[in-house]
Design a binder for this molecule. Structure first.
Ligand SMILES: Nc1ncnc2c1ncn2[C@@H]1O[C@H](COP(=O)(O)OP(=O)(O)OP(=O)(O)O)[C@@H](O)[C@H]1O
Length: 756
């Protein structure tokens, strides 16, 4: 093997030589492109300043400017492509590849060695020096054990014989470790990766993708892919590598803007933001449910998922029941039914006013709407209404264009205003009058801009009132609270999806047909009603939903198969697929074994064999002692790890602990709008820690008083599962039954005797 290693190092050196040649070449091309862009830009600025007093001059300048503009845009694009190439080559220079497969195709006497890395590389003679990890043949590396193997290509299933599989760890161009493996992707390198301490950003996992994860990443057939995976099983990692794979697989048809990921919180959004760029791809669009609803309900304060969690404890049983109904598919069906059967006289239209005067009266709008045949679809009728209103507005504007006020403005038009009104258009006027008429109309239209926008944005229809009307008819018990909220410009989370659904159905709006893929992480936090709405919005998208029902903080999880069935029905999927991930990679074996014992069906969870300390339960007698223990462990962990988190059940507890600790320790409380993790110790409630991981997690109080109920299992489980290397739990008094019921061998118990 020593000899082999030398040979492999020689190859690495050769490939790096080639990379360096290409780097130099690309650098030159990039410089050239950059200079060209600068010179075209300079030209463009000078042209834009050309004298524009005469009409002919103005026209010519305008056409030229357009041309220059296009040229600049094209140059910038070329420059960007070259810049991306430079980044890829620079990354490859450090780690050209991580895997090798030796294969022999049927009927071919020769065997071939292929090397696999984060991007492909050819030499001048079109020899593949490195295969991209997403190339069809690369799947053999992740999937196959030695012997006959199959892999999917655009031309169909292919067969080959896998003779050797070799893994490398290469850093700064030097092979640090390499070995042959018969398994999918062997444990040793994975162990190495997982042993490392946490980082501010999540890393890509392409060198160590596991077979089950690979199946998720490369699934191109399902329109609903549901992944149910235990905490730390690589669900988030799988989605991100899947996005990179899809972008590669459909390079000509798909771009990153056509992919949306719903992420649990802003910290998470940033945490994962480096993975795709590290694979040479642009990031997909990311949004939290809160942002999504807030953008669609402008002017209202949308209740966030976090506020929603925080108020759970205050809700009466009746309110909880109402909430459950509003979250159901049945409720969304009622919304649809209501919309379908709504008589035009019950439409909540409103007056459209301009400078205090009514331009369109509510009654007239209703009459107009009523004039369209009832057999048209709702959307059609509404769109016809809009067109008609615009037409009527055009007439008002045309009249206004000849008014003395506008004529007066025309007289005093500056060059700047002239160009602004001309915009991007290339106009030729045969007479002075024609020119005046054109600009008169432009000025009048500008004046009425807000009204045009109001009509385009459906402001002549009051969706909030309409939903109130629906509630009164369908769920009168919920009406008072809803209208009080609206009065204060607020809306409960559970009202958002049904309200928007109603608005969209009645106004034929809100749908994003250009989105091809929708990903939802932490899907256990979404209600089925929200799923119905998201399906409605992203009607053309394929769905990938990832979750862990055990991490549902405030609701009971469903079994995966049942969940798939209800989701497939809800989103009307044709090819649904369920994938389970049972192996947990995040935490040490000891932490995973502790967590899994907490769950009734935890047996299915498999711990990755990375050894560490047993979780520590530190039982003390009083609150003061608990605080002292907390200080002690936080201080110790801070000296040892990159990231330490004190995770609480809710925000008030986080704030209280901050007050207790901030004089002595570098602690920061994280809020919902925070995007970055602080250095030092992060204090945060569990719902903000969703999807994140920390080297050491400290839990403030796991006493029976704090966690008396089995219904709180999800919370404790999710908190514990954020720990990679160490987990410390302080308990003021007897620990929760969720812990005492476990095999005592699973954790270390440290007791401080009560103070006499
Ligand atoms: N194949 C792999 N190779 C290397 N690291 C991996 C692999 N799979 C998962 N990991 C690591 O395990 C940790 C957990 O992964 P990830 O966050 O994707 O899991 P998850 O299932 O989304 O977790 P959770 O639901 O608990 O938030 C991450 O640090 C990730 O990098």
């Amino acid at each position: 093997m020593e000899n082999e290693r030398e040979l492999e190092q020689q190859r690495v050196d050769q490939v790096i030589d080639e990379i360096q040649v290409q780097l130099k070449q690309t650098e030159k091309e990039y410089q050239k492109a950059h200079e060209e862009t600068s010179s075209v830009e300079k030209n463009y600025v000078q042209n834009a300043k050309v004298n524009t007093t005469e009409v002919d001059d103005r026209m010519e300048t305008n056409a030229e400017i357009q041309q220059q503009k296009q040229l600049v845009a094209k140059n910038i694009q070329t420059e960007q492509i070259l810049k991306d190439q430079l980044t890829t080559l620079t990354d490859l220079q450090d780690t050209p590849y991580f895997g090798r497969i030796d294969i022999q195709d049927p009927g071919d006497p020769e065997q071939e060695s292929l090397y696999i890395g984060t991007a492909s590389l050819n030499d001048d003679h079109q020899n593949f020096l490195i295969y991209d990890w997403r190339a069809p043949i690369s799947s053999v590396y992740y999937n196959g054990t030695l012997g006959k193997v199959e892999y999917e290509t655009p031309a169909g299933t292919q067969e080959t014989k896998l003779l050797k599989k070799r893994q490398f760890k290469i850093k700064a161009g030097q092979i640090q470790n390499m070995f042959d493996t018969n398994e999918t992707v062997g444990d040793e390198i994975l162990q190495d990766v997982l042993d490392e301490h946490s980082d501010e950003y999540m890393k890509n996992i392409v060198a160590t993708i596991q077979k089950e994860q690979n199946d998720i990443i490369r699934d191109t057939k399902s329109d609903l892919l549901l992944v149910q995976g235990v905490a730390g099983s690589g669900k988030t990692s799988a989605i991100l590598q899947r996005i990179a794979f899809l972008l590669y697989h459909s390079r000509d048809k798909l771009n990153a803007d056509q992919i949306v990921l719903f992420s649990p919180n802003l910290l998470f959004s940033r945490y994962i933001s480096d993975v795709l760029p590290s694979l040479g791809e642009k990031n997909m669009r990311q949004v939290t449910l809160y942002e999504f609803f807030s953008r669609r309900l402008q002017g209202l304060n949308v209740e966030s998922l976090f506020d929603h969690y925080e108020r759970q404890d205050e809700l009466s049983e009746t309110q909880k029941q109402l909430d459950r109904y509003k979250s159901s598919v049945a409720f969304m069906k009622r919304v649809k039914n209501y919309a379908k059967n709504l008589p035009s006289t019950n439409f909540e239209f409103t007056d459209v006013t301009f400078n205090g005067e009514i331009v369109f009266a509510k009654e007239d709008i209703t009459k107009l709407y009523d004039s369209f045949a009832g057999n048209l679809t709702l959307g059609h009728r509404f769109n016809n209404l809009k067109k008609k209103l615009i037409k009527q507005l055009d007439q008002i504007v045309a009249k206004e264009a000849t008014s003395p006020v506008i004529q007066d403005q025309l007289e005093n038009l500056s060059d700047e205003q002239y160009h602004e009104l001309l915009g991007e258009h290339e106009m030729e006027f045969s007479s002075y009058d024609e020119e005046q008429a054109y600009f008169g109309l432009q000025l009048a239209q500008k004046q009425y801009d807000t009204i045009y926008n109001a009509i385009y944005d459906d402001f002549f229809f009051d969706a909030y009132k309409q939903y109130g009307d629906f509630l009164q008819a369908e769920l009168p018990e919920a009406f008072a609270q809803y209208s009080k909220n609206i009065e204060y410009h607020r809306i409960d989370l559970n009202d958002c999806a049904p309200l928007l659904y109603l608005r969209d159905l009645l106004t034929d709006s809100g749908q994003s047909r250009s989105i091809e893929h929708l990903f939802i992480d932490e899907m256990q936090d979404y209600s089925l009603a929200q799923m119905v709405y998201l399906r409605h919005v992203f009607g053309a998208a394929k769905l990938t939903l990832l979750g862990d029902s055990e991490q549902a903080l405030y609701s009971k999880g469903q079994r995966p198969q049942e969940l798939l069935q209800s989701l497939a029905k809800t989103v009307k999927a044709r090819h649904s697929n369920l994938k389970l991930l049972n192996k947990s990679y995040r935490s040490t074996k000891e932490i995973t074994n502790f967590m899994k014992a907490m769950l009734p069906e935890g047996n299915e969870i498999e711990a990755f064999t990375r050894p560490g300390k047993r979780p520590l339960v530190c039982q003390v007698a009083t609150k003061d002692q608990a605080l002292a223990a907390l200080r002690h462990h936080l201080k110790r962990a801070l000296g040892q790890y990159n990231s330490v988190a004190l995770i609480t059940k809710n925000m008030p507890e986080s704030q209280r602990l901050y007050e207790e600790l901030h004089h002595e320790l570098p602690v920061t409380v994280l809020e919902e709008q925070d995007r970055t993790l602080p250095s030092g110790i992060a204090i945060l409630p569990i719902y903000l820690a969703k999807g994140l991981e920390f080297d050491c997690v400290v839990v403030n109080d796991v006493s029976a008083a704090e966690y008396p109920l089995t219904s709180e299992r999800g919370i404790l489980y999710t908190i514990c599962s954020r720990a990679m290397h160490e987990l410390v739990m302080i308990s003021a008094g007897e620990p929760s039954p969720l812990i005492t019921q476990l095999d005592p061998a699973l954790y270390a118990l440290e007791r401080t005797l009560p103070v006499k």
